[in-house]
Design a binder for this molecule. Sequence first.
Ligand SMILES: Cc1cc2nc3c(=O)[nH]c(=O)nc-3n(C[C@H](O)[C@H](O)[C@H](O)COP(=O)(O)OP(=O)(O)OC[C@H]3O[C@@H](n4cnc5c(N)ncnc54)[C@H](O)[C@@H]3O)c2cc1C
Length: 530
Amino acid sequence: MKEFEIVCPVGSEPKAREIIARAGGEKMRTVLVKRSLDCRKQPVWRYRYEAYAENEAYAPYVLPEYKDVHGAEPVIVIGAGPAGLFASLKLLSLGLKPVILERGKDVHARKYDMAALSRTGHIDPDSNYCYGEGGAGAFSDGKLFTRSSKRGDIREVLYALVKFGASERILTDAHPHIGSDKLPLVVENIRKEIIARGGEYHFGARVTAVERLEDASFSVRTASGEEFRSSRVILATGHSARDIYEMLRGVGGSLEAKGFALGVRVEHPQEKINYAQYHGQWKQGFPAAEYSFVQQVDGRGVFSFCMCPGGILVPSSTEDGTVVLNGMSNSSRNGALANAGVVVQIEPEDISGDDPFRLMDFQQSVERRMYEYCTTQGASHPLCAPAQRMEDFCLGRISKKMPATSYFPGVLSAPLHELLPPMVATRLQKAFPQVKIHGYYTNAALLLGVESRTSSPVRIPRDPETLEYLSIPGLYPCGEGAGYAGGIVSSAIDGINAATALALGPETLDASVAACRPGRVGLAVARNCL
Ligand SMILES: Cc1cc2nc3c(=O)[nH]c(=O)nc-3n(C[C@H](O)[C@H](O)[C@H](O)COP(=O)(O)OP(=O)(O)OC[C@H]3O[C@@H](n4cnc5c(N)ncnc54)[C@H](O)[C@@H]3O)c2cc1C
């Protein structure tokens, strides 16, 4: 096998002639393995290829086959976010029947509730930016990079996303993303596959009780009084389902406080970020620039999170009386503003006491403070966000005039430096002037409160081998809400791992993780260039 790289100016692609010549002739099988944008000098795309001779073994990745599970043993999967959906696909491939209970609506019906949410501020507690088919990942930027390749084979996630409608580019791009205009179709196609193979979906099925019966099977009840039974249950309800944590505590289950991060959403004009990241060489047709940074301030990490180039800010609260922001972008990322979370790590020892919910309560109290500030100051929209220009925030002064924002419910000038907890505000005030991105520290940037749903503030402790809930064997908490994953891909991998452990036992997990080449994900699309 021979490896080579072709460098192209942004806006052009490698020519077949050059690929063949570099590969060593027409008979070679060439495989594009990675495409990355290099802006260190003149912006260029770097295309990395592998070339195989006819007599050389080349084993493209093959997705596990989804079996017909009509009449197979049912497994209840609570939650249809990335963890629940990928757990369900894995169950199909292992010959078990997923029975999905989802509190929200299907991914298309959900859109109307989200539009109403932005317009009126009415939060449907079962259908919003976090709840409904596709989970919190369905209307997001759909960024798919993850650091969790050691936990499982991310090809199983990315190849499945392509099978169900995502662009093949996600297999080779260094920073793959799908976009909120494309994700719903992928989610819908996954549903069609699961149902066609014999799985079940139940929408509007908010689970309120999970009971282990004397024969060790489970009775799962929903708010509408329906009961579902199975011998094993996958719990994939995400990090916003505070009612699920309460439910587990109610039956005496053990829970742990878990560190998470909290801060603000920052909006810059995208052209400023383009200028900085492309060193002034950005042109029409170039991808909107991304950024990320991490700093240590007074012993805690301060970092950018979930950056959405050319994106918009959305209200992602799940309950009334709170203001929470998140970001999303379409596949073209062509909006005028760039947004990102900039957050401070909060550890369990930062909040006194030993209540496992103390970080969750802290998170909720900050979300409420944002809401209360705006309502008491006479905001016209219930989800209006308190906001402050960046330099004003760092210098502790009120902003007189607000710059443009993509946040539809609107903003109100506010002393965010006082509204945020001091351990967050003071670290952010020190961090912003230090960001090493040209022009980042500017009063043209707007900070909005609050970005608080970065990861789960509670962990559902599980057996490290079997992945079962320590307090209830046979119950498999997974994904972001269990406290073992963060982001679309890592939650999906965690769902796959839960389904595998449930169906085949823990030893198979080690084997599947070992099969994943560390450091190299091998996202090759076999493509003969001829
Ligand atoms: C606006 C936004 C943008 C984001 N952008 C990105 C991004 O670009 N890239 C990225 O990697 N991550 C992104 N994230 C985070 C990502 O979406 C989550 O990490 C991921 O969705 C977690 O997957 P999950 O399956 O564990 O949980 P979730 O996606 O939260 O899914 C949980 C599901 O369980 C359901 N549920 C909850 N309680 C119950 C109950 N009691 N009964 C039945 N069902 C229930 C919910 O309705 C939901 O569908 C974004 C999040 C948001 C909100």
